[in-house]
Design a protein around this ligand. Structure first.
Ligand code: FES
Length: 144
């Protein structure tokens, strides 16, 4: 193994911890931050981007004060999660992956959040809401 190969291998092993540190420091992983990590680790930018976009908890842009994570998996989908997502879109005027102009809410679609028995379900930051309907969405969002 050459010195350069060894350095890149070490960079790969340290990539996820490095991205988590940058997330903690900056709140998101912008292109500039990924450029910096690429420079430090010796890894190509596309590899950094690939890892950053693989994990849903590594945002590429600043998130709102409240991050809404709606489950998009089959059990929730079969209980009409699409109506819930539609209700949020209508109430907040944002689509999944977007943040309201005032920076209050971000909307994300995620895989199972472990509340299948309460489908359809969502998290707002760490608070779980289940058995959602479009009507409940309006009440819940107004409480924030
Ligand atoms: S499938 Fe939606 S919470 Fe598990």
């Amino acid at each position: 193994m050459t010195k350069e190969t060894s350095s890149i291998t070490s960079g790969r092993a340290e990539l996820l911890p490095a991205l988590k540190r940058e997330l903690k420091k900056n709140g998101c992983l912008t292109r500039e931050i990924m450029d910096t990590v690429a420079g430090r680790s010796g890894l190509p930018l596309n590899e950094i981007y690939g890892v950053a976009t693989f994990y849903a908890y590594l945002p590429l842009a600043p998130l709102g004060q409240y991050v809404i994570k709606v489950c998009r998996c089959l059990p929730c989908d079969m209980k009409d999660a699409q109506a819930v997502i539609g209700g949020i879109k209508q109430e907040l005027g944002i689509a999944p992956g977007e943040t309201t102009a005032d920076g209050k809410f971000s909307l994300e679609l995620v895989n199972c959040i472990g509340a299948c028995d309460q489908a359809p379900a969502m998290l707002i930051n760490a608070k779980l809401y289940g058995n959602l309907t479009p009507q409940r969405i309006v009440e819940i969002l107004k409480s924030y």
